[in-house]
Ligand binder design. Structure first.
Ligand code: SAM
Length: 240
């Protein structure tokens, strides 16, 4: 079976509902410079890392489990002339050795499931960050609470309670970069387009029916309720 996300995210540079402008805003808020070292857990194809290293000259260590994405990240880093700034380690981040207090910022955009959930992830990112450094997480939150009947919360909470999870981990949230509907639509519909392209090109593939079923279920869920109810934001917490 073609791995669903490898097909669906063929055209994504940033594999989250945000934008290049917002990633650069994040870099400004982190006050990144050529002296900064950033840990990027679950870096994907290194879309955010390339933007940050190119603009701010910072060094970035990315950890990515999927070999397809790690390989594409390395190609894109080389093509951008940033091989001396960005390193990609292919590994399960939950098992990787991460240097304590080794980074000015430790980030995880759209993958807090690496350590089960946000509450599980924050202590690991905090441990990786020097005192006075920053913990950055891109995370979904519910725009309305309580949720309508029949919608499961998937472990996500309201915006306020998401910030509370940082507080509980000893981190003070000092920056919030929210996603717009345009960010969401771009992220979601790039999936649709890549999946439709793949299905049109592989009509007899034994996996085509399953891929279409999953694609349509995701698309319908997005249109029915997710677009209205689910937010996503980048949260920056300061490590005291
Ligand atoms: C939503 S994508 C985000 C990619 C990137 N952070 C970005 O914003 O473009 C989530 C990424 O997490 C990676 N991933 C999932 N579990 C992982 C793990 N245990 N260790 C490292 N990477 C993991 C996936 O392969 C995927 O590339």
């Amino acid at each position: 079976m073609p791995w669903y996300y490898a097909v669906a995210e063929r055209d994504h540079e940033i594999q989250n509902p945000t934008s290049a402008e917002k990633i650069l805003l994040l870099g400004e808020r982190l006050r990144l410079s050529p002296d900064s070292h950033v840990l990027d857990v679950a870096c994907g194809k290194c879309g955010p890392a390339i933007l940050l290293a190119r603009k701010f000259g910072c060094a970035i260590t990315g950890i990515e489990r999927a070999s397809e994405f790690a390989a594409e990240a390395r190609e894109r880093i080389a093509a951008s002339g940033l091989a001396d700034r960005i390193e990609v380690i292919e590994a399960d981040a939950s098992r990787a050795e991460i240097e304590p207090a080794g980074y000015d910022a430790a980030m995880c955009l759209g993958a807090s499931f690496v350590w089960a959930d946000l509450a599980g992830t924050l202590p690991h990112l905090r441990r990786a960050t020097r005192p006075g450094g920053h913990v950055v997480v891109g995370e979904p939150y519910w725009r309305r609470w309580p949720l309508p009947d029949g919608i499961g919360d998937d472990g996500y909470v309201s915006l306020h309670d998401t910030v509370d999870r940082f507080r509980a981990a000893g981190l003070t949230v000092e920056t919030l970069i929210d996603s717009s509907l345009d960010d969401w639509d771009r992220y979601e519909t790039l999936h649709w387009q890549a999946l439709e392209d793949w299905l049109a090109a592989h009509p007899g593939d034994p996996e085509a029916d399953e891929l279409r079923r999953r694609h349509e279920a995701n698309r319908d869920g997005y249109l029915r309720w997710q677009r209205d109810l689910l937010g996503w934001a980048i949260f920056v917490g300061r490590n005291p």
